[in-house]
Ligand binder design. Structure first.
Ligand SMILES: [Zn+2]
Length: 235
């Protein structure tokens, strides 16, 4: 049985923690610029949306036709909302190259849905010549930062590290093997190399923690070899 004195103490501690929390929140809001405040409130509302939809149950095993009908139905609902609440358009200045793992949500990754980003979702984040050209086209149209990513628990990397799976998915494994070479090939393209040299473009490499979405910056090969251009890790 709980003692009345302890209950009162616990209630008082809860009130004090709540007051401290409210004060901290008020101070944080007070020092934020209006842009930062808009960003945080927008992100909180998006998070609220995820919390509404996450618990919606899938209805057991269904046929592919039933799943496709649901995709169309959800698209119709979403388009109706978009018609009613049209959005402003932004020309992206950042391009993200991200694996197709469904646990990574690029909007959540940066707390942002402003179309500030071009997003390439590729198995194992492995680019082919086509994606390299597409990225260069994006750079020619205003992209200033290209972010090349890897992530924890990557299924493509798992395939590449397992002999039995390599035999079953040889092209995927080969893609992971050549990922870094492709990235160096992209940096070496004449237009990209010139922009990197004159400072009008940055190409960054980050590792994504799949569970938390936290980005850990990794030095690019050029930065790793040159202490003057090395970027500190972001933990
Ligand atoms: Zn992956």
């Amino acid at each position: 049985m709980a003692l009345p004195g302890l209950c009162n103490l616990s209630r008082r501690a809860t009130v004090i923690v709540a007051l401290l929390g409210a004060t901290t929140l008020a101070c944080t809001v007070a020092v934020m610029t209006s842009d930062e405040l808009d960003f945080v409130i927008g992100g909180a509302l998006i998070d609220l949306g995820y919390r509404f939809q996450d618990p919606v149950p899938s209805r057991g095993h269904r046929t592919p036709s039933a799943v496709w009908a649901e995709v169309l139905s959800h698209n119709a609902l979403a388009a109706r909302v978009r018609d009613r609440f049209p959005r402003s358009t932004h020309h992206p200045v950042v391009a993200l190259v991200v694996c197709m793992d469904a646990r990574i949500d690029t909007n959540e990754l940066v707390g942002d849905t402003r179309r500030y980003y071009y997003v390439l979702r590729l198995a194992g984040s492995v680019m082919s010549e086509r994606e390299e050209e597409m990225l260069e086209l994006a750079v020619d149209h205003g992209v200033e930062v290209v972010v090349l990513t890897t992530h924890s628990e990557c299924a493509a990397e798992h395939v590449a590290s397992d002999p039995a799976l390599r035999a079953r998915y040889p092209h995927l494994a080969a893609g992971v093997d050549e990922r870094e070479a492709r990235r160096q090939e992209f940096r070496a393209r004449p237009n990209i190399a010139a922009r990197l040299r004159n400072g009008t473009l940055r190409v960054e490499q980050v590792h994504i923690d799949t569970h938390t979405g936290r980005l850990v910056q990794r030095p690019t090969p050029a930065q790793a070899g040159d202490p003057a251009t090395r970027t500190p890790a972001v933990e």
